[in-house]
Design a protein around this ligand. Structure first.
Ligand code: 4AD
Ligand code: MG
Length: 508
């Protein structure tokens, strides 16, 4: 019977049979020590000459990185080995002796370009394993939340005849001689369904032809879009907050191992669950960004200046330490100690690279923040500066109409503003959620469609929703990959999904 590493706690002391791959191997005259992966987890397998005999041990010595095999052995606890257990192999059967595996070193050493091109293999690394498991848990937790709140899941079409989020980022395709577009959002269809079911959510792929090569833009990403009849934007914000807290809380509880593999500092995520999300109007957000409004004595611009000073000081420290370690290596030391020092230097260089980037960027961020023009949309750096004064995600509401989509409801008494809301994650992760209360008036919608240079014909079906039992309603969209990036604490969105589709990356 095939058993799994994830169940080792219950199997310790017994003979166990697992199937999987070698992820690392060290060979000596009397034993081979292999790190071993079976999909459910990672462990160490020891192939000892003494227990295997000459012939089998010679065979074990042929094992290479990513060779696949079935092994049976005695399972013991070993705090020092990978995963806390060790499998002392009694017998094994090789499925395949792998050729020279191309990923032989750490992610830093292999480099992002190489790893992205080898994504089909990179997925096997322990770090990627942790991220994909977290993504899986987030997906489950999202469904759990909405299902437990009696939302009905619906599938919106992926081929559409009209644009939901403006006409500039559409992927166009040919639909039997007519133009069709890959869906940017299921929202408009979700609104129709909410009028039938009350509360719905979509969960599916969406597409944006943005030529943005940034750490958070994908061309193909998964979006969760709830839509609720009889909800105001106030209700919408309450739901967003409860939803995010619930999902993060569940992941913190269920994915401790994965978060540990990623080295994610979970204290900031715990705050998300425990503390109330601040809500600020766009007009106040602009003041905070420019350093004109402080939050609990925190000034966004001053904090950036402090970050810059700190980065500069730490860089000097790092450079001194690197120089010292290099000097020690040059003076001569034993192989083990040299390896240790080289490892440290590599890690320090990695940290220095990040700090140098900060040094390069922060002055521009400050410049852009100070000169931010009221009425404009926040850029990536603006979101980073703005959220620096908060320790939880922050909700920004009441946005200028001219930078938001046609369907957002105008603020009573001020048609220059709309009842939109963006949820901005802390620590530079930026916009995670965008949503709004929807315009209910047929007249206003017809005007807005014209103002946005959209063709009313394409939206006649949508306008019907305002002709037949129009009600206040609201909804939002959460970008799954943005959520994964934040929860996992990743620098870049490329690792948040199995195979990225991003400006400049269509393979593998
Ligand atoms: O703010 P957006 O464009 O809003 C909508 O699409 C609405 N129709 C949602 C609604 O109200 N039902 O996108 C929503 C979210 C963003 O907050 C972000 O998390 C994600 O989708 N997103 C992207 N994620 C990755 N790559 C991109 N290019 C993204 N564009 C948006
Ligand atoms: Mg948005």
């Amino acid at each position: 019977m095939q058993q799994y590493i994830k169940d080792f706690a219950q199997l310790v002391g017994h003979e166990v049979s697992i199937k999987g791959w070698v992820t690392k191997i060290r060979k000596s005259k009397t034993a081979c020590f292999a790190d071993f992966r079976d999909g459910s987890g990672f462990t160490q397998a020891v192939f000892a000459l003494e227990s295997l005999g000459d012939e089998q041990f010679e065979l074990a010595k042929t094992l290479t990185l990513e060779s696949s095999l079935a092994i049976t052995g005695q399972l013991i606890r070993n705090e020092k080995s990978l995963g806390g257990y060790e499998l002392q192999v009694n017998s094994f059967e090789i499925y395949h002796n792998a050729e020279g595996y191309p990923i032989t070193k750490s992610d830093e050493e292999m480099g992002v370009k190489f790893l992205s091109d080898k994504r089909h293999l990179w997925l096997r690394s322990r770090r990627q394993w942790a991220i994909m498991r977290l993504r899986n848990q987030l997906i489950m937790s999202i469904h759990n939340f909405f299902q437990s709140e009696d939302f009905v899941q619906m599938d919106a079409p992926l081929l559409t005849g009209s644009a939901c989020e403006g006409t500039t980022d559409l992927f166009e395709t040919d639909f039997f001689g007519q133009p069709a577009y890959l869906s940017q959002s299921g929202q408009l269809y979700g609104e129709a369904m909410a009028m039938a079911m009350g509360k719905i959510y979509t969960f599916g792929p969406t597409f944006r032809a943005e030529k943005s090569n940034t750490p958070r833009h994908l061309s193909e990403f998964w979006m969760i879009e709830p839509e609720m009849a009889f909800y105001t934007n106030e209700d919408n914000m309450n739901l967003i907050e409860r939803f995010i807290k619930s999902v993060i809380g569940e992941v913190l509880y269920r994915c401790k191992d994965e978060l540990e593999v990623l080295g994610r500092d979970t204290s900031s995520l715990e705050k998300v669950v425990a503390e109330t999300f601040p809500r600020v109007a766009y007009s106040d957000a602009v003041k905070i960004l420019r350093g004109e409004l402080e939050i609990n004595g925190k000034n966004a611009i001053k904090l950036q200046e402090e970050d810059l000073a700190q980065a500069t000081a730490r860089l000097a420290e790092i450079q001194a330490e690197i120089a010292e370690r290099e000097k020690a290596i040059a003076a001569g030391m034993k192989k083990g100690a040299r390896r240790f020092n080289e490892g440290k230097i590599l890690a320090l260089r990695g940290e220095a690279k990040e700090l140098e980037e900060k040094q390069r960027h922060i002055p521009d961020w400050i410049e852009s923040a100070k000169n931010f023009e009221d009425g404009e949309d926040f850029g990536n750096s603006d979101e980073t500066v703005l959220t620096r004064v908060f320790s939880t995600p922050v909700m920004v509401y009441n946005w200028p109409a001219k930078i938001k989509s046609f369907y957002m409801k105008e603020v009573d008494g001020d048609p220059s503003l709309v009842k939109g809301v963006d949820l901005l994650a802390p620590d530079g992760y930026g916009e995670i959620v965008g949503g709004s209360e929807r315009e209910t008036s047929l007249e206003v919608l017809v005007r807005k469609i014209a103002e946005h240079n959209l063709d009313q014909d394409d939206f006649e079906w949508y306008l019907d929703l305002r002709r037949f039992g129009s009600v206040p309603h609201a909804g939002f969209g959460l970008g799954l990959e943005r959520l994964v990036r934040w929860v996992c604490g990743l620098n870049h969105v490329r690792e948040t999904l199995p195979f990225q589709r991003r400006y400049g990356q269509i393979k593998p």
